[in-house]
Design a protein around this ligand. Structure first.
Ligand code: FES
Length: 267
């Protein structure tokens, strides 16, 4: 079994200019990593609170994306078959959390964001990192990020379920079809953003056009690869906007469920 020797990193690495300063930048290079930390920590706090709250996640015809698919018999939603009896003290959100969490955590863009912002590895271009060695993603736990392609596939299943939830949002509170409220638009926007995030994924791009020697022999895959490549250029944007979309959709359902306001109905 071979072991990987950590490579020296930072300004002390061989071949690097021995500059006594950590960086020579005079701009606000720290602002972007600081904002990233602030936004991600805020989302983690809010989503953890909501996942454990185990309440206010369903109000006809809407179910919070944090709790969908609603797979336990104790779950209040009615958009998915109940698969098993979970202990009532375990929130139904916790059973399904692994897929969206794993998908985002292993995303190539979020990796860059949290490596830079939380581990300062490095915090910004031309700013030395504080770590003495560098092993990349060759060891536990970061080597686990290689499972991203599988989370991508599972994420597509979740996208289908959340799109189905958006279709169900065309019902009224009595379950009758052909109605629409502000919540319907919120759910459609959420599902659309999640699809844009998934389809712009680097793994999706590889599935479409990877391992091909001749695009000319695979015109359909080439066409899909072109479309996905275009989306891929905005993957960072979709990563952030879809994150806000999920949180805001959940917040909207919570507001309705707690009676903070009523869903404005269009017809
Ligand atoms: S690279 Fe971000 S979701 Fe796949």
């Amino acid at each position: 079994m071979t072991t990987t020797t950590p490579a020296p990193a930072g300004t002390g690495a061989p071949g690097r200019a021995q500059i006594p300063f950590r960086h020579l930048r005079t701009d606000t290079w720290w602002l972007q990593p600081a904002i990233t930390v602030l936004v991600l920590v805020s989302f983690i706090i809010y989503s953890t609170f909501r996942a454990f709250e185990n309440a206010h996640y369903f109000v006809e015809p809407y179910i919070s994306p944090f709790y969908s698919p609603c797979i336990t018999k104790a779950c209040h939603g009615n958009s998915f078959p109940k698969l098993f009896d979970g202990p009532s003290f375990i929130s139904p959100a916790l059973y399904i959390l692994i897929v969206p969490l794993g998908f985002r955590l292993t995303c190539y863009y979020y990796r860059k964001a949290y490596y830079r912002s939380f581990w300062l590895s490095p915090p910004a271009c031309a700013v030395a990192e504080p770590h003495k060695t560098y092993t990349g993603e060759t060891r536990v736990p970061l080597i686990g990020n290689n499972v991203h392609r599988y989370f991508f596939v599972l994420g597509l299943v979740f996208n289908c379920i959340l799109t189905y939830d958006a279709v169900l949002a065309f019902r009224n509170e009595d379950g009758e079809w052909g109605h629409m409220g502000l919540g319907t638009l919120v759910f459609i926007a959420n599902a659309t953003l999640l699809w844009l995030y998934s389809l712009s994924c680097h793994s999706c791009r590889h599935i479409m056009g990877g391992k091909l020697n001749h695009f000319s022999k695979h015109p359909l895959r080439y066409r899909f690869w072109q479309i996905v490549s275009k989306l891929n250029g905005s993957h960072m944007k979709y990563a952030w906007v879809s994150l806000f979309g999920v949180a805001l959709t959940d917040f909207y359902v919570r507001c309705l469920s707690t009676g903070l306001f009523n869903d404005p109905r269009f017809f």
